[in-house]
Design a protein around this ligand. Sequence first.
Ligand SMILES: [Zn+2]
Length: 140
Amino acid sequence: MTEYAKPVPVPDEDTAPFWEAARRHELAFQRCDHCGTYAHPPVRFCRGCHDVTEPSFGFATITPRGRIVNWTVIHDAMVQGFAGDAPWVHALVSFDDQPGLTFAATLIDGVGDGLKLGAAVEVVFKDVSRDVTLPLFKLA
Ligand SMILES: [Zn+2]
C-alpha cells in the first residue's frame, strides 16, 4: 500500500467504534438502546425517544445504501494532499434504513450524468493505511 498523503481521521472515544467498523468494511452508527434510532455524529441524548434520564447507546451496523440529498463540487483544494483530486464531489446521503439520517463523504463517480438528487448510492470502503479505512459513496 502506498503512503496516503492526505489528512486522516483521528478517532476519539465517541467515534472509535465507527472507525473500527469501517476497518471491517462495515458502516456502523451510534444507535439508541431504547428505541433503535441511529445518530451520526454521536449524540448525548436520543432524538428518537428523547430519553434524558437514562440515555444508553451502542454502535450497530446500518445497511450501507441510501440516496443523495445534497452535494457540493469542490474545485479549490484548500487542504494539502487534495490538489490533484479537484474537482471532486462531496455528497450528503440519507440512508434507506433511516431516512433523515445523513452522512457526508466523497462520491467516487465524480461529476457526471448520474449525479442528481435522489440518486441511489452505496458505501464503498477505501483502505488508506493499515489503520484507517474511509467510507466513500458510489452510484448504485
Ligand atoms: Zn431512543
